[in-house]
Design a protein around this ligand. Structure first.
Ligand SMILES: Nc1ncnc2c1ncn2[C@@H]1O[C@H](COP(=O)(O)OP(=O)(O)OP(=O)(O)O)[C@@H](O)[C@H]1O
Ligand SMILES: [Mg+2]
Length: 237
């Protein structure tokens, strides 16, 4: 049964914008406790895929299930981090988390969970700083903290490394690993193949909205080939 498994299952997903098939007939899975990298050149359909799964755009075809239910019914179990980190300029870092806790009606244990997340992302030192006074990387990390607070079963992250300095990238990698260790499914898009290679268990490679390849590093690369070489070979015009 298509919807019976755990984790994320995507079947035949498609999204058209007029004549442009931004995503076409895309099928893949992300299991609990797995990080899958969604790779592809500019315009390949990565953001469209993440937006369709987050419920921000309506797919024109196909289905997706999370933990066995249609993903449209599982909003409370999805965390989403957009590519552009937009935060409330006048709310502090801690107030953002309080806002999320109320929006998701989290139980009284949330401040401890918030403290853990802020500590891991080294945002605890700026807990009382307002959003408008954060650097781009800090905003990015704040949105990641917000997306994790309600303990999603599926975390969708669009280009998380952009704007992060090397220490920020390291903190993000450690955080995503902790999310994976907690049993969530993580789907992240990125152009930074070295980070993808380091952190992802499997890859889904898109080109012009279509699936080119998917699998582990060993499955999608030839012997002695890097992810970078495989990616360029697959996506070459
Ligand atoms: N709102 C929209 N209206 C019309 N076309 C769109 C819209 N959003 C995306 N597209 C088109 O869909 C295709 C896929 O875009 P998408 O943003 O998903 O790619 P991407 O893989 O995220 O690219 P990038 O690496 O540049 O972020 C592109 O051809 C894009 O122009
Ligand atoms: Mg994109």
């Amino acid at each position: 049964m298509k919807g019976s498994m755990d984790g994320l299952k995507v079947a035949g997903l498609g999204k058209r914008y007029g004549d442009v098939a931004a995503v076409a007939d895309l099928s893949f899975e992300v299991r609990p406790g797995e990080i899958v990298g969604l790779l592809g050149p500019n315009g390949a359909g990565k953001t469209t895929t993440l937006h369709a799964l987050a419920g921000l755009v309506h797919p024109t075809s196909g289905h997706a299930w999370l933990a066995g239910q249609p993903i449209e019914q599982q909003k409370a179990l999805v965390g989403f981090v957009p590519e552009q980190p937009e935060v409330f300029p006048l709310l502090t870092v801690e107030e953002h988390l309080g806002f999320i806790a109320r929006a998701y009606r989290l139980d009284s244990g949330w401040p401890e969970q918030a403290r853990d997340i802020l500590r891991r992302l080294h945002l605890d030192e700026v807990g009382d700083r307002v959003g408008g006074a954060l650097s781009k990387g800090m905003k990015q990390k704040l949105l990641i903290a917000c997306a994790l607070l309600h303990r999603p079963l599926l975390l969708l992250v669009d280009e998380p490394m952009v704007g992060l300095d090397p220490a920020g990238q390291r903190e993000l990698v450690d955080t995503l690993r902790a999310v994976r260790a907690g049993g969530a499914a993580v789907l992240l898009s990125t152009h930074i193949l070295s980070s993808a290679e380091e952190i992802c268990d499997r890859f889904v490679i898109l080109h012009r909205g279509r699936l080119l390849a998917q699998g582990t590093l060993e499955e999608i690369t030839a012997p002695a080939q890097s992810l970078n070489e495989a990616f360029l070979g697959l996506t070459e015009e």
